[in-house]
Design a protein around this ligand. Structure first.
Ligand SMILES: C[S@@+](CC[C@H](N)C(=O)[O-])C[C@H]1O[C@@H](n2cnc3c(N)ncnc32)[C@H](O)[C@@H]1O
Length: 1010
């Protein structure tokens, strides 16, 4: 036998090889899986660590970026892509494996109908259904496909069949389904499958294709390490200097990279630490962590129990405490409980009744269960309605704006002020003289007899005298101990610094310190729990508990069954610090302190630093970052809610960090400071990166200005754009915000080569157009090849357009000077409103060059080039709709690309996944006037013409009107005909198609002098 010597892995032999992500990337599949990951809610790998941190980047996206940055490209892009998809679990074999043991997978009877199999009973067993005369001997020789229903069979998987065999059958069946999205929905998400099983068939392919480079891998970690050696001479080191909730370093480490993570914020650092050291722990260590958590909570619980503050004299244990505000009515002098609803539980038909107490000029609150639907309905109208206190007394309704109660006024500088007393550091409840009082009005109890039951029985009760004794006892303890607890760091003593989000509790409640947000009961129980937080593994869960505490935690009452009702929700279900008039607190025993973490053992090395991004001082091979661009989330403010509790004596190693949100150093907003901060950060990263290093920066796709700003920043930092991909990461059906899909641009960058390169706009522009055209041509070619083989193209128009931008930026960012202006000066120059910068212009040119090439099939190039944005938008989207597309982000992106002012005017539906254009017959006459965007265009006139034909106006007079309305009609007639033909071909409405056909033939046959 001829033994072939395996190639040796030569360090740095791929040093200068382009990375796969610079050429191909399955953006559609990654988008789909990213959205699925997001929708998995608590099923996401890092959520158990702290669902209070929002905006973690999808792990699947990180995985794709890291892998795509390390894999090399060959001269066969199709095969490169195939290997990449296999490694991501996107290929058929991976899908088959992902279907095994999935609840939503295809059922055997469905598979029987879908595939051809001549030995089905090697995999499946059957039962002949009762009353069926079929004989087993017959069935035994049947083949698939067959309809189990018609044949009267019940088919199930054969007992003992291996997962491998099942996966093969699933793969066969999934192959008959046309789109990746439909297939994937019948499978688990890739990360839900044991990676050894998922990837076991892939390694042969990997080693075959990359063996000549010395790659010999049997797991992802081995492959990553070997690819790292080929490029960087070592296991690759991935850095994220804005690590937040830690998904980037976590995923990179899980894949086998060494990681460097840093963030300015200690809560972010704690969560990143938790991702790597708790979720990333070994099974033994994780078990020990859970045991430690259990010990801590048990110890705290025993101390709380000893205080006898959560049980009544019948042994019932409290589950939740419901509170409301009270304020005095200026008209009557009565103290009125305030709540937006007095429904307590739709499930138990429970309401709170306000009973006037004339002697005390206040209301007793009685909790009544089992009320009628009418009473329940009546209770939905609370005493807070549209910003007013509203109540009835002796048959009369009193209505006072809350503003009046708070005595709002404008300060000297016009700022909003009021007469609420500012609470002092030692306050822990309102003073009797305060405008707003706080009142416990209802307790939900668990019956003593059902405490140990799987489904404990609960009931709601009014607050009794006995309960008040317990409340008073708590108040006394807190009053006596607050100062010492604060000194010891068991309760916050930190001031609430004003800010966009933090102003709200100060202004609306007079709270000045973070502990004011917590009830006395919580201050007591949380001080006990805080005392137990002596090791870092306990800290993220302590914050998880805090998230379900405070006066910002809602009592959820829902009448529909979806989402459940009667529970306390977490503070950070929104990313703000909204005050509430009624709220609820879980009793201490109801907190879920011990979490069911996934175990994803990480064995590579990691560094976590609390520092600003510009402080990076070690060499990182690949940076993957998600900077705080115009962030809707003010992490630097809202995380103080947690920092306040942990900042004194945090457990080691967290004690090495500054427990302060360091707001002043946070990069925020989108102004000049933001740009300066970003340039500093990315310059430092570019400096601490080898010459062949890479960067992937993720940011939300918004507008051309965002592009220009971001590109300017990276350019000034010495980086050059090499690719860009658009990933739809989140969907929202929030129509109030216009219904939107949040897209993430992943921009790939490399170091710009040393030396000065001066360019001039006039020369750059043609180079940009050439590069864009070359890029798109190359991608379209790959599309054709893959579509011919797999039935589905790789890239859609949005990808092509994004690649067009990237190509343009690649040309541009290779220069160090444009004319006289160097790039740093350019990037730092304050933005002048309405100004079009050279980057804006080039991005726009790129978009136009790309759009010019993306002519919908059936439209002639010269017609396309003669029409403006709204018409191009309409035709392009009509074309995409006819291919089944209906995603809102496509419409959004193309509207931006074609510079449409208001695309919503031509939309019939704008749901995230069910968007569509108005059909020709659906436009109202007011939508087609000269004052609309589409009205005065050729298309607008042609739509009117078709509509006229639909109302039986004579074709001759329809064309006559067209001629009158369009002065250059005769000249442009071929183009108009082209447009009507397109409408005819693409319209879903039969009548419109016929009318368009009539119009075309009339326009064609019309005599020029008619
Ligand atoms: C968009 S978040 C990152 C989210 C993260 N990728 C994740 O998956 O959770 C941006 C992060 O940047 C951090 N940050 C803001 N200014 C910073 C600075 N100057 N240096 C370092 N980090 C900063 C914030 O604390 C925040 O955690």
């Amino acid at each position: 036998m001829n033994a072939v010597t395996p190639a040796q892995l030569v360090p740095f032999s791929l040093k200068n090889a382009p990375a796969l992500i610079e050429t191909v990337f399955p953006a559609q599949k990654v988008s789909f899986e990213a959205q699925r990951e997001r929708k998995a809610g608590p099923g996401q790998t890092l959520t158990a660590l702290g669902s209070y941190w929002k905006g973690r980047k999808p792990l699947i996206l990180v995985r794709a970026v890291v892998l795509g940055s390390l894999l090399p490209v060959t001269d066969d892009a199709e095969q490169d892509l195939e290997l990449f998809e296999a490694l991501m679990g996107f290929d058929l074999s991976g899908l088959g494996r992902r279907a095994v043991d999935y609840q939503g997978a295809l059922k055997p009877a469905q598979i029987a109908r879908m595939i051809t199999l001549n030995n089905p009973w090697d995999y499946f067993s059957y039962k002949i259904e009762g009353g069926n005369e079929v004989r087993e001997e017959d069935v035994d020789i049947w083949w698939f496909p067959l309809s189990a229903e018609e044949k009267g069979l019940k088919i199930s998987w054969k007992r003992g069949i291996s997962d491998e065999a099942k996966a093969d059958i699933y793969a066969k069946a999934l192959a008959t389904i046309s789109t990746y999205e439909e297939r994937s929905l019948l499978c688990k998400r890739p990360e839900e499958v044991d990676p050894v099983f998922l990837l076991s068939p892939v390694w042969i392919k990997v080693n075959e294709r990359l063996g000549h480079l010395g790659i010999n891998a049997h797991s992802m970690t081995q492959l990553i390490e070997q690819l790292g050696v080929l490029r960087y001479g070592r296991r690759p080191k991935i850095g994220d200097t804005f690590s937040g909730g830690g998904s980037i370093p976590f995923e990179a480490a899980r894949m086998g990279c060494d990681v460097y993570a840093s963030d300015l914020n200690p809560v972010a650092c704690m969560l990143t630490w938790g991702a790597l050291n708790i979720v990333g722990a070994t099974p033994e260590r994780l078990a020990a962590i859970k045991a430690e958590q259990k010990k801590a909570i048990d110890s705290a619980q025993a101390k709380v129990d000893a205080l006898e503050i959560e049980r009544d004299s019948n042994g019932n244990r409290a589950k939740a405490y419901l509170y409301c505000l009270e304020a005095r009515c200026p008209d009557t002098g009565w103290l009125v409980p305030l709540s937006t609803t007095w429904v307590v539980s739709p499930r138990q038909m429970t309401i709170a009744k306000l009973i006037p107490n004339k002697a005390r000029k206040s209301f007793d609150i009685e909790i009544v269960s089992g009320v009628s639907s009418a009473e329940l309905q009546e209770a939905t109208a609370g005493t807070i309605q549209s910003g007013c206190m509203v109540y009835r007394l002796d048959g009369k309704e009193y209505r006072t704006p809350i503003k009046t109660i708070r005595e709002d006024y404008r300060g000297e500088g016009g700022e909003a002020k009021n007469r609420l007393r500012r609470w002092g550091k030692n306050d822990f409840k309102p003073l009797e003289s305060d405008i707003f009082q706080e009142r416990l009005y209802c307790i939900q109890w668990i019956k003593a007899s059902s405490l140990e039951a799987a489904r404990p029985e609960t009931f709601f009760a009014s607050v009794s005298a006995e309960d008040m004794v317990r409340e008073n006892k708590i108040n006394e303890i807190v009053s006596k101990n607050l100062v010492s607890w604060q000194d010891l760091g068991l309760v916050p003593d930190m001031e609430i610094e004003p800010g966009s989000n933090t102003d709200q509790p100060i202004r609306e409640r007079g709270w000045t310190h973070w502990h004011h947000m917590f009830s006395p009961r919580e201050l007591l129980t949380l001080s006990i729990l805080r005392n137990e937080i002596q090791t870092p593994e306990l800290a993220p869960e302590f914050c998880g508990t805090l998230d379900f505490c405070s006066k910002l935690s809602r009592w959820i009452v829902r009448f529909s069954s979806g989402g459940g009702s009667d529970f306390t929700s977490n503070v950070f279900s929104s990313q703000a610090l909204n005050t509430l008039t009624n709220w609820a607190n879980r009793s201490f025993s109801e907190h879920n302190f011990v979490q069911d973490y996934k175990c994803e053992t990480i064995s590579t090395s990691s560094t976590i630093r609390m520092s600003t991004a510009d402080a990076v001082d070690e060499v990182i091979d690949i940076y993957v970052t998600d900077p705080p661009y115009a962030d809707a989330v003010n992490y630097h403010e809202i995380t103080e809610f947690f920092i306040a509790w942990l900042r004194k004596s945090p457990p080691a190693p967290f004690n090495e960090w500054t427990w302060d949100s360091r707001r002043a150093l946070a990069i925020k907003g989108d102004g000049d400071d933001f740009r300066r901060g970003m340039i500093d950060a990315y310059s430092a990263m570019a400096k601490h990166m080898p010459d062949n290093g890479m960067q992937c920066v993720m940011f939300t796709h918004q507008s051309t200005e965002v592009w220009s700003d971001m590109v300017g920043i990276f350019w000034a930092a010495g980086l050059q754009v090499v690719a860009a991909w658009y990933i739809a990461t989140e969907t929202s059906t929030d129509l109030k915000k216009g219904g939107y899909v949040q897209g993430t641009v992943t921009l790939m960058l490399r170091k710009r080569s040393a030396g000065e390169k001066v360019g001039f706009k006039q020369r750059i522009l043609p180079a940009v157009r050439n590069e864009v055209a070359a890029q798109i041509k190359q991608m379209m070619h790959l599309n054709d090849e893959v579509e011919a083989r797999m039935g589905e193209p790789v890239f859609n128009d949005a990808d092509l357009q994004m690649a067009g931008y990237a190509a343009a930026l690649k040309v541009l960012t290779a220069y160090t000077k444009i004319g006289e202006t160097d790039v740093t000066t350019f990037a730092l120059r304050p933005r002048v409103k309405g100004e079009t910068t050279v980057v804006d212009e080039i991005v726009q040119q790129a978009s136009e060059a790309a759009n010019g090439l993306l002519v919908p099939e059936g439209v002639a190039l010269d017609t396309w080039q003669a029409i403006d944005g709204i018409q191009r938008f309409y035709l392009r989207m009509l074309d995409m709709e006819s291919a089944g597309a209906s995603k809102l982000d496509n419409y959004q992106n193309f509207a931006k690309a074609f510079r449409v002012d208001d695309y919503t005017k031509v939309m019939a539906s704008m749901t995230a996944n069910g968007s569509r254009l108005k059909q020709v017959n659906e436009f109202g006459s007011r939508e087609l006037t000269d004052s609309t965007e589409i009205g005065p265009t050729w298309l607008g006139h042609l739509i009117i013409a078709i509509q006229q034909l639909l109302t039986d106006v004579e074709p001759q007079s329809v064309v006559k009107t067209l001629m009158e309305d369009l002065p250059d009609y005769l000249e442009v007639r071929p183009k108009l005909i082209d447009l009507v033909r397109f409408l005819e071909n693409k319209s879903r409405n039969e009548a419109v198609r016929s009318a368009a056909e009539v119009l075309v033939s009339r326009m064609q046959t019309q005599r020029l002098d008619s």
